[in-house]
Design a protein around this ligand. Structure first.
Ligand SMILES: NC(=O)c1ccc[n+]([C@@H]2O[C@H](COP(=O)([O-])OP(=O)(O)OC[C@H]3O[C@@H](n4cnc5c(N)ncnc54)[C@H](OP(=O)(O)O)[C@@H]3O)[C@@H](O)[C@H]2O)c1
Length: 252
C-alpha cells in the first residue's frame, strides 16, 4: 500500500498487545497524514496526536459495530489490522483453568477451550470483517489484514498438537478467503490477507519460546517492520491469501 495524497484512515484492533502496540507506534511515527483508531479491551493511551484510543471487546458484537462506526465516521477505512488473539490463559488465570493451555493430545481437548479460542480467534475477526468491509475505501486500494499463524496451515502441519488454536486460525483463514471472494464483487480495490508475524516475544508466545533459536525470536518491532513491508507490496491478486513476515505465501 503506497503512501497516497489523501489522509490514511487506520483501525487497529488489539492495540494493547505486543504486536498491536508496535503497529500503532510504527504507523503513527512513519506515515504522514495518518489518522489511527487504536482499539483494545482496556484503553491504551499512545503519545501521538494522530492516535485516538477506544475500548472494545472482541467477544461483544455490539462493541465491534460501535468501534467500526467510530473509525469510519468521517472517512472510509484504508487499513484495518486485527492483532487480537488467544493461545493460552496467562499464569494467574491458568491456576483457575488448567485446561486452557495448548493441547498435546486428544485427551486434553475441552469444549470450553474450543469455544473460547474460536470466539476470540475466529468469530471476533469475522464480525470485524462484517462491519469493517462495507466501510473500506472504494476509490483506492484498501487493506484488511488479520494476524493468523503458520500453524494454521493444514498442509504444513507436521508436528500435531495445539488442536483448538490451529483450527481456530485455519477457520480464520477460511473467513478471509471467503470474504475476499465476496469483496471482489462489492469493492474490487479491497485486499484481504492473513499474516504470520514469525515467533514474536510476547505474553502469547512466552511459555513456548524455549525451543526457538534466539535469532528466530523477533521483537514486536522487527516483526511489524517486516509485516508493513509485506502490506506495502500487496497486489489485488494477493487477496484471500496468507503471508509470512518475510513475504512468503503460506499454503493453507
Ligand atoms: N507472538 C507470536 O509468536 C505469534 C505467532 C503467530 C501468530 N501470532 C498472532 O499474533 C496476534 C498477536 O499476538 P501477540 O503476540 O501480540 O500477543 P499478545 O501480546 O498477547 O496480544 C494479544 C492481544 O489480544 C487481545 N485480546 C485478547 N482477548 C481479547 C478480547 N476479548 N477483546 C479484546 N482484545 C482481546 C489482548 O488484549 P488484552 O491486553 O486486553 O488481554 C492483546 O491485546 C495473535 O492473533 C496471535 O495469535 C503471534
Amino acid at each position: 500500500m503506497n503512501e497516497r495524497q489523501h489522509q490514511q484512515n487506520i483501525a487497529i484492533f488489539g492495540a494493547s498487545g505486543a504486536i498491536g502496540s508496535a503497529f500503532v507506534n510504527q504507523l503513527a511515527n512513519k506515515k504522514n497524514n495518518t489518522k489511527i483508531f487504536a482499539f483494545s479491551r482496556s484503553i491504551k493511551q499512545f503519545q501521538f496526536e494522530n492516535v485516538a484510543s477506544h475500548s472494545f471487546d472482541i467477544t461483544d458484537e455490539q462493541s465491534i459495530e460501535t468501534a467500526i462506526s467510530i473509525a469510519s465516521d468521517v472517512d472510509p477505512l484504508d487499513l484495518v489490522l486485527i492483532t487480537t488473539g488467544l493461545l493460552h490463559q496467562n499464569s494467574s488465570e491458568k491456576n483457575k483453568q488448567k485446561s486452557l493451555g495448548p493441547e498435546k493430545a486428544l485427551s486434553d481437548l475441552s469444549s470450553e477451550k474450543f469455544k473460547q479460542l474460536f470466539e476470540i480467534n475466529t468469530i471476533g475477526p469475522a464480525l470485524i470483517a462484517k462491519y469493517a468491509l462495507p466501510q473500506m475505501r472504494k476509490n483506492n486500494t484498501s487493506i484488511f489484514a488479520a494476524l493468523s499463524a503458520r500453524v494454521s496451515s493444514i498442509s504444513d502441519n507436521h508436528l500435531g498438537g495445539w488442536y483448538a488454536y490451529r483450527s481456530s486460525k485455519a477457520a480464520l483463514n477460511m473467513i478471509i478467503k471467503t470474504a475476499s471472494i465476496e469483496m471482489k464483487r462489492r469493492n474490487e480495490k479491497a485486499i484481504l490477507v492473513g499474516l504470520h508475524p514469525g515467533t514474536v516475544d510476547s505474553d502469547l508466545s512466552k511459555p513456548f519460546q524455549r525451543n526457538t533459536p534466539k535469532e528466530k525470536l523477533f521483537t514486536p518491532d522487527h516483526s511489524v517492520t517486516k509485516m508493513l513491508q509485506v502490506l506495502d507490496k500487496l497486489n489485488p491478486e494477493d487477496t484471500g491469501k496468507l503471508f509470512a513476515w518475510d513475504g512468503q505465501e503460506i499454503q493453507f
